[in-house]
Ligand binder design. Sequence first.
Ligand code: NCD
Length: 304
Amino acid sequence: MRSVIDILDLSVEELDELVACANDIIANPDKYAHKCAGKKLATLFFEPSTRTRLSFEAAMYELGGNVLSMSDAKSSSAAKGESVADTAKTISCYADIIAMRHPKEGAPLVASLNASVPVINAGDGGHNHPTQTLADLLTISREKGRFDNITVGFCGDLKFGRTVHSLISALSRYENVKFVLISPEELKLPSYVKKDIIQQNNLEYVQTTDLEAVMPELDILYMTRVQRERFFNEEDYLRLKDSYILTPEKLENAKPDLTIMHPLPRVNEISVAVDEDPRACYFKQVLNGKYMRMALILKLLEVK
Ligand code: NCD
């Protein structure tokens, strides 16, 4: 029985297998329509979500399985003070696999140590979000055809943006990947990612506050939302929230084959005018996320 709490729980070969499986699902959806018949996925979300929860649920339905959903922590026994460990033991009695989002870093790990079924981390606080990374990797694979020899710019809230931390971890295992880290001083990448992942793997990186200056170098631009819910005070959020707003003008010096990504939800950081640009891939990411979650569910349930 295997859980996925960190993207590094999956080897490079397994990521390739998941991408291949997702591409096969896209090409032959009928082949997969009953693969999870009789199986149940529980979605336990203790934080807001649109895409992640619904894509997990859509993924399970498209595999012919069923879903038990707990979308509102306020209506669960967590509100009575139940521990994550006890909740995980309980849900294991009902479901074959669990997807959990929690505001506390490490909560899905605790759940996985107590559950008797696989647990998937659907986002833990400002820490990690491995299944968004799966969506991102399928997008990069389909758009670029490779994970190596790329320059990836991450822009916005690199401190609290868990999708950034997980994607950097995943890409750190490929050759000749360069990271351009674009953020305000206060929202720089945490040192555990910079030291333990980027420097540890001897990867090239630069840190800057100036998006336009680095735009011409980028193969991928990964925009992020300033994570309001992780701030200690509203004043700091208001000061930093519009640090970067991507507009068609700012893309004038970008590569013609730039891939523009964003995990969504977008607040203000990409102007809607950019949506018309053929390089905008953020809604493709949404769809890719469903296929990669289908592939991951099949893998963890060991369905052939
Ligand atoms: C992200 C998240 O929850 O971390 N959203 C998502 O799952 N696609 C990004 C965000 O909330 O900004």
